[in-house]
Design a protein around this ligand. Sequence first.
Ligand SMILES: [Fe+2]
Length: 158
Amino acid sequence: MTLKSTRIDLPEAHRAQVSALLNDVAITLTDLYVQTKLAHWNVRGPHFIAYHELFDAVASHVQDALDSIAERAVTLGSTGGSPVGEVAEKSPLEPWPITDRQDHRVIRLLSDRLAVAANQIRVVITKTADLDADSSDLFTEISRQLDKDLWFLEAHQE
Ligand SMILES: [Fe+2]
């Protein structure tokens, strides 16, 4: 992809590599956002209200992270985000089993998917560190939040 020109003085090759990584993560976060909302809407069981509210808090963190990631890609001269068809094709997350609604299973399914995203982002912190310190820092911030959200989910499962 041809990048837009910018006064940001990072080499174009670095901007291109980092934008590709940002948009890979944006695909995962777009899918994770929808899946977290599906969990929020469809969960049932004795823990309904706690899980319903917890999942919405997680969805809001994921949405904020996605917005920052996509906007960083655009800042670097690329496009930001992907259409849903491309998200469905490229997301590393397992599809959401919408009919599986029991609270203790829903929280486990969501934890599995959140962990895939959190661990993918941990890898790109290092990959971008020498290419664009700002994107690496953004990934670090998001990684810390997703790890904390994962702790919240896991803490409900003992
Ligand atoms: Fe809601």
